[in-house]
Design a protein around this ligand. Structure first.
Ligand code: NAP
Ligand code: MG
Length: 400
């Protein structure tokens, strides 16, 4: 069979530990036999990030800006233990943080839904995608512990030196205090990323915040979303047959629980942090969550939502059998290849992505899966496979 040709390279960001091992296996078994793979390769493995003073991360993000589509392997975010383990020159920043800052993107996380791995919420039939705003609020706060009586005020000194003040509270005794901010520019990018993504996947978009209590802060988020929607997206949404609606976060939570799924839920930074963990555990498994970073000008970076699965990697190094689930990483590749096919007008590449994802789903639904899924599946007659056998089973299913 002739291999599918590509015209524009994918930006390939290699990574660390167990997911780096999976990366090679997936390419060799599931991609290169079928596609004349064109990538621009960036090694984001910690060793190479350290060698390049983390320049490779910046370059890979710039390449994503240039070409428009990237696929990323999970990477180590160094902490003190990693600095010692890898003899690092510095505690390099999180690659995802660096890439997100350069692309100014929003992260969309969605579960891969298969029969036999049932969500804990009975009504959920379709995936729920969480879009989390990744800038500001409590993540860039300033805090104070107040020891005794006194007056707390918000003070803004404008560029011309003029001051505006608001009293926060007259403390009679000890307490705590916090200041935080966000930027219209960042909220606008967030809104556009969400509207574009909703159009892309043709799903309704919900946005929620606490504007009844936070009448200026959260209300600004609500207003920016509405203004951009009315001006730029209303007609496009109508044409695509999808809707946008805003609701209070309490109401959103109640509706989500009663819904069938199949929509995107945009959340402020903290809400998205919390709700994405809730949604992914309720759907069953972190190993089945995909993640895509979308910039407001339509650049895409696909990855798995999980990390480098360190514990399994040390088992692998000892020569032990591993049960790392490659599904989310396979879907990162298929997501990126489908998008490349769509942008370059290569229907065969899009069809490949659909068929490969179907092959993965059929393999699991026929009862062949990794240990982690086998422990939670509702299917009978399950065959537990190790990682490489699972990948080979998917290949056989694809070739059928
Ligand atoms: P992790 O890699 O997500 O793994 C945590 C645990 O979840 C694993 O020990 C495993 O549980 C289970 N798990 C996750 N993915 C799995 C898969 N594909 N198949 C089977 N089980 C899976 O998180 P971590 O161990 O806390 O972090 C390891 C490294 O990853 C850290 O250095 C962190 O900085 C990095 N990280 C990177 C990203 C990213 O690049 N996007 C995201 C998160 C973390 P059991 O041990 O019970 O089998
Ligand atoms: Mg969290």
């Amino acid at each position: 069979m002739e291999k599918i040709k590509m015209t524009t390279p994918l930006v390939e960001m290699d990574g660390d530990e167990m997911t780096r091992v999976l990366w090679r296996m997936i390419k060799e078994e599931l991609i290169e036999p079928f596609i004349d793979l064109k990538t621009e390769y960036y090694d984001l493995g910690l060793v190479h990030r350290n060698e390049t003073d983390d320049q490779v991360t910046v370059e890979s993000a710039q390449a994503t800006k240039k070409y428009g589509v990237a696929v990323k392997c999970a990477t180590i975010t160094p902490n003190a233990a990693r600095v010692a383990e890898y003899g690092l020159k510095e505690m390099w920043k999180s690659p995802n943080g660096t890439i997100r800052a350069i692309l100014d993107g929003t992260v969309f996380r969605a579960p891969i839904v298969v029969k036999g791995i049932e969500p804990y919420v009975r009504t959920w039939k379709k995936p729920i995608t969480i879009a989390r705003h990744a800038y500001g609020d409590v993540y860039k706060n300033t805090e104070m512990v107040i020891d005794g009586p006194g007056c707390a005020e918000l003070v803004f000194t404008a560029a011309d030196g003029s001051e505006s003040r608001e009293k926060i509270f007259e403390f009679q005794g000890p307490g705590v205090l916090q200041g935080m901010h966000n930027l219209n520019r960042s909220i606008e990018s967030f809104a556009r990323s969400c509207f574009n993504y909703a159009l892309d996947v043709k799903q309704d978009l919900w946005f929620s915040s606490k504007d009844t209590i936070s009448k200026k802060y959260d209300h600004t988020f609500k207003d920016i979303f509405q203004e951009i929607f009315d001006k730029e997206y209303c007609d496009k949404f109508k044409a695509a047959g999808i809707t946008y609606f805003y609701t209070l976060i309490d109401d959103a939570v109640a509706r989500v629980m009663r819904s069938e799924g199949g929509f995107i839920w945009a959340c402020k930074n903290y809400d998205g942090d919390v709700m994405s963990d809730m949604i992914s555990s309720a759907f069953g498994s972190l190993a089945m969550m995909t993640s895509v970073l979308v910039s407001p000008d339509g650049k895409y970076e696909y990855e798995a939502a999980h990390g480098t699965v360190q514990r399994h990697y040390y088992q692998y190094l000892k020569g032990e059998e591993t049960s790392t689930n490659p599904v989310a990483t396979i879907f990162a590749w298929t997501g990126a290849l489908r998008k490349r096919g769509e942008l370059d007008g290569i229907p065969e590449l899009m069809a490949y992505a659909d068929r490969m994802e179907q092959a993965v789903i059929r393999t699991i639904e026929s009862g062949r899966m990794l240990k982690g899924l086998a422990q939670i599946t509702s299917l009978d007659n399950v065959t537990v496979l190790n990682c490489s056998d699972f990948i080979r089973a998917v290949r056989a299913e694809y070739e059928k």
